[in-house]
Ligand binder design. Structure first.
Ligand SMILES: Nc1ncnc2c1ncn2[C@H]1C[C@H](O)[C@@H](COP(=O)(O)OP(=O)(O)OP(=O)(O)O)O1
Ligand SMILES: Nc1nc2c(ncn2[C@@H]2O[C@H](COP(=O)(O)OP(=O)(O)O)[C@@H](O)[C@H]2O)c(=O)[nH]1
Length: 228
């Protein structure tokens, strides 16, 4: 018998570790890691109508408008009716949260609360493989070969908007748009907030929370694979 499906969202400011923690959750609990940034990049690469539109915003370091995000993501989620998933990067506005609400019932929302200085240090050292969205940090999880993606060997890049000058504005914007979303999930009783400066210290708390909510790997019914 297939276990109950499980749907979760992870929220947090840029650099809070959403991508890093999502990968750990996906590995440990067998949820599919869905990332709004990855969906956008796929659509841009495939030259879809929404991708072409989204590109004009992303190139300027801007958020993609709500109607483009919902047009892009909701049909993909509707195709996932038989899967458990964890969504990273969506919703990030109240309009997006309401649109998501009309498509599915979320079981849980993880919100990461990380101090500004920590975000600044991490992002100034974040390197990205543009083709896949794989993320490295020269101190925390460096690539095996400096400046190169572990799987493809292709060059890694840094984003201008990860630099401290751009970060203040991005964080202010995140706080403004995320607050009503966080309030909405709090009022639904599904919000869980984790604070700290190190992913490795936050992770055990997230892991044990999810262990109480997902008794076995949802689609395979096998045991959890504990992380090192
Ligand atoms: N839910 C969303 N609404 C609007 N724009 C979005 C959303 N998700 C992603 N974007 C936009 C903002 C970014 O310019 C671009 C890439 O997103 P993403 O890969 O999440 O990288 P990012 O580095 O800007 O965010 P983060 O630092 O939080 O991981 O897409
Ligand atoms: N030093 C350090 N870097 C971290 C930690 N957790 C994540 N990172 C790095 O910080 C950057 C931001 O993490 P990411 O998962 O991309 O965050 P997101 O923007 O919220 O998706 C990446 O370069 C990660 O490798 C940590 O505990 N310590």
């Amino acid at each position: 018998m297939m276990a109950k499906l499980f749907r979760a969202v992870i929220m947090g400011p840029p650099g809070s570790g959403k991508g890093t923690i999502s990968e750990r959750i996906a590995q440990s609990f067998g949820l599919k890691h869905l990332s709004s940034g990855d969906f956008l990049r796929e659509n841009i690469a495939a030259d879809t109508e929404a991708g072409v539109l989204a590109k004009t915003y992303i190139e300027r370091g801007l958020m993609v408008p709500d109607h483009v995000m919902t047009r892009l993501l909701l049909p993909r989620l509707e195709e996932m009716t038989r899967h458990s998933w964890l969504m990273d990067g969506f919703p990030c506005t109240l309009t997006q949260a309401k649109a998501l609400n009309s498509t599915c019932d979320l079981d849980l929302v993880i919100s990461l609360n990380i101090p500004y200085e920590t975000l600044k240090d991490r992002l100034s050292d974040r390197w990205i493989h543009p083709g896949s969205g794989r993320v490295y940090n020269m101190g925390f999880n460096p690539p095996r070969v400096q400046g190169r993606d572990d799987l493809s060997g292709e060059p890694l890049i840094q984003h201008d908007n990860d630099q401290p000058e751009a970060l203040v504005a991005r964080l202010r914007h995140y706080k403004d748009v995320a607050k009503p979303v966080i309030d909405l999930y709090k009022s639904k009783g599904i919000l869980h907030t984790f604070s700290g400066t190190e992913t490795d210290k936050i992770w055990p708390y997230i892991n044990s929370l999810l262990s109480t909510k997902i008794p076995s790997r949802p689609e395979t019914d096998t045991q959890h694979i504990p992380l090192p």
